[in-house]
Design a protein around this ligand. Structure first.
Ligand SMILES: [Mg+2]
Length: 403
């Protein structure tokens, strides 16, 4: 049917104003779309920074580090906006990832992303997967910077782009690093005095001492406190079975007792506590398999283990659909990675969020301003556009390389 305009009837002042306003909005939208769609990556700079521990060391399972080597990525665009991302493997043998590998991988893929539109995070991920098979922790930093740019370009915080703020504060846990049983019990008491109610104690070393650690630390808990014992893959299957039988009546969550999914599944059959799977939860296929096997009640979703926020969204949405609770984390990092964690965790319904980490609390080196604020055991991301962080160039220094 043809549309017929009545050209003879003069427009009232009100109607003209409405049409002018409508045209202005339309023209602004078109201009805005053109501006957004034309954005291109001009340059990618990669920085290295050490994050030393305030407590002197961070120890888990059979590993211990005094500092973690982090990599920061800055993506500059032809429109003057810069996005930042960070990836920080927890040493070189926690996951199949290491700091020099992050930078070597970025040197491989970053030059071939110049000219791409960073706002198309899905396309950028496709391209990264085409350029480099695997190595999700490397790609996570680029993906994070793309989300930062997307937020800055439309002047919205990242949590809104991820679906909006479904919980307005993010519950934190404090790590009780592996020490003597007495020292760990004392550390938990100190964290409680700071207002924290949720704790992760590191075990996964000698199983007999770990049993003592669990009894000593759990004895410090009071009503409302939540404890999980994270073995970080450290026990052999027979050791883990001994531990879970000994601690049968302790009210805690057990996290990743052994190296492989299959070993953890066997331990699960002997375990009376809820189980969290972390290191082995590295693909959607394992997540679905774990759900079908009833292998876990919760997963630890680490952004750089799955390749970044774009890919983590699928884990998040599947977990919500399947009734699996999530800890939201990254392997490690400073203010930038913590900000990404906070934005992502805000996008979870409260009942599906178990806990998160604020890594920047553990180091005395600050790599960015605008980190999530922390109060009474919770954190909140910045409401500024993007991730809301501003890297401190005086701390990052000169880039390791620039495309
Ligand atoms: Mg863990």
């Amino acid at each position: 049917m043809a549309i017929v305009y009545n050209k003879s009837k003069p427009l009232s002042l009100g109607a003209m104003t409405v049409r002018l306003l409508a045209y202005s909005v339309f023209a602004f939208s078109i201009n805005n779309l053109e501006r957004v769609s034309a954005m291109k990556i001009r340059k990618i700079s990669v920085y290295q920074v050490d994050l030393p521990m305030i407590e002197g060391a961070y120890s888990w399972s059979n590993q211990s580090y005094a500092a973690f080597d982090s990599t920061v990525v800055a993506i500059e665009t032809d429109e003057g906006l810069t996005g930042v991302g960070e990836t920080c493997p927890l040493g070189s043998s926690y996951l199949p990832a290491f700091a020099e590998g992050a930078r070597a991988g970025l040197a491989e893929i970053a030059p071939r992303l110049v000219g791409e539109n960073p706002l198309d995070a899905g396309r950028i991920n496709d391209r990264m997967d085409l350029l480099l098979k695997g190595h999700p922790y490397i790609k996570s930093a680029i993906d994070m910077a793309c989300w930062d740019l997307l937020g800055k370009s439309c002047e919205q915080p990242v949590y809104r782009l991820l679906g909006g703020m479904r919980q307005d504060r993010v519950k934190l846990f404090k790590v009780v690093t592996r020490q003597s049983p007495a020292a760990m019990a004392e550390k938990l008491r100190a964290y409680k005095e700071q207002g924290f109610r949720q704790f992760q104690m590191k075990v996964g070393a000698d199983p007999d001492i770990d049993i003592e650690r669990i009894f000593r630390v759990s004895a410090e808990l009071t009503d409302g406190d939540v404890l999980n014992a994270d073995a970080n893959t450290g026990w052999r299957q027979h050791e883990a079975i001994r531990v879970v039988k000994e601690i049968r009546d302790v009210d805690l969550y057990l996290e990743q007792p052994c190296l492989t999914y299959e070993q953890c599944l066997t331990v699960r059959k002997h375990c009376s506590q809820p189980m969290i799977l972390d290191e082995c939860m590295d693909s959607i296929e394992v997540l679905i398999r774990g759900w079908r096997d009833g292998a876990m009640d919760a997963i630890n979703l680490k952004l750089n283990r799955v390749g970044g926020m774009t890919k983590a969204v699928l884990f998040r949405d599947l977990c919500i659909q399947l009734g699996i609770v999530m800890t939201v984390e990254d392997s490690w990092g400073g203010e930038i990675a913590t900000s990404a964690i906070a934005h992502f965790a805000h996008s979870l319904p409260q009942e599906f969020h178990f806990q998160s980490s604020a890594f920047h609390e553990y180091s005395f080196v600050d790599i960015a301003d605008g980190a999530p604020t922390i109060e009474n055991g919770y954190m909140r991301a910045s409401d500024r556009p993007g991730l809301g962080v501003e890297p401190r160039m005086d701390v990052l220094g000169e880039p390791v390389f620039t495309t």
